[in-house]
Design a protein around this ligand. Structure first.
Ligand SMILES: CC(C)(COP(=O)(O)OP(=O)(O)OC[C@H]1O[C@@H](n2cnc3c(N)ncnc32)[C@H](O)[C@@H]1OP(=O)(O)O)[C@@H](O)C(=O)NCCC(=O)NCCS
Length: 240
């Protein structure tokens, strides 16, 4: 897959019904600040002061988000940055945005549908594996994923990404106190490239998420996660 325009990805999964997932490739070396006006995306002051790479990834993420919203019938004026750094979606819509070094993705949904979390990650190398493994997953969780995927670096990246996706799909209140050990990820042991995330915090009553992972190119993966139990109300908030 490669693209310089946002492209839709069909999650092809009943639980992802009503979710628009859009991705695009970008090359920050080719970024020009006039690209913001070219694509009609406003540039917040935080982004004005950021590095060129950050400006480029922000623009790519917002372009994907705008395409996702437009597919849901929402011609949004803009998606500002909220006080906690999360995007502020138009009323009645929700979603999430992610970027790796060369890919951006956004997933969005409206009232009556599940709220998606999305994450793109570059597959970790051996050094990052050593630094991250104990911080991201329990030993048996990682061993199981490695057995299914046949590659420990890929396994750790998928677990990391699925947990980041689950984190993003939570209501802001439920994100407090959350860490990587709040979640356990189990990959399907078949060729469906699907997974299940359990939020094992007692306060969330073993809430479960359904997800999928895809390879965007040989070095990058994407995960998309939705909470099985939550449908958004008309305000775009998850139901209690
Ligand atoms: C916020 C966070 C999820 C971003 O993930 P990341 O892999 O670093 O970066 P990504 O490119 O995938 O995502 C960045 C996007 O996340 C979104 N984001 C930022 N802060 C956020 C927050 N508090 N909540 C939800 N989404 C957030 C933004 O859309 C941002 O892109 P933008 O600034 O261009 O709009 C991550 O940095 C983080 O802080 N995680 C919390 C740490 C943690 O405990 N995670 C474990 C959960 S299991």
């Amino acid at each position: 897959m490669n693209s310089k325009q946002p492209l839709p990805v069909l999650p092809a999964d009943p639980l992802s019904d009503g979710i628009e997932l859009w991705i695009m490739a970008f090359d920050s070396r080719r970024h020009a600040d006039s690209d913001f006006s070219l694509h009609g995306i406003s540039r917040p002051s935080e982004i004005d002061r950021a590095s060129r790479t950050r400006r480029c990834e922000f623009l790519a993420g917002r372009r994907c988000a705008r395409s996702a919203l437009a597919s849901l019938g929402c011609e949004s004026a803009g998606i500002p940055i909220g006080p906690d750094g999360a995007p502020r979606w138009p009323q009645g819509y929700n979603g999430s945005i992610s970027h790796s070094s060369s890919w951006a993705a956004a997933a969005a949904s409206g009232a009556g549908h599940r709220r998606p979390g999305v994450d793109c990650e570059s597959i970790v190398g051996a050094t990052a594996f050593m630094d991250m493994a104990n911080l991201v997953a329990a030993r048996d969780e990682l061993e199981t994923a490695e057995r299914i995927l046949g590659d420990r670096n890929l396994a750790l990246t998928v677990l990391f990404s699925a947990k980041e996706s689950a984190y993003k799909s939570l209501d802001p209140g439920a994100r407090a106190g959350c860490d990587f050990f709040s979640f356990r990820v189990l990959l399907a042991n078949d060729d469906s490239a699907t997974l299940q995330v359990s939020d094992i915090r007692p306060s969330l009553r073993m809430r479960t998420y359904h997800g999928l992972y895809r390879r965007l190119d040989p070095t990058t993966i994407l995960t998309l996660v939705v909470c099985k139990d939550d449908l958004q109300g008309p305000e775009g908030r998850n139901s209690p």
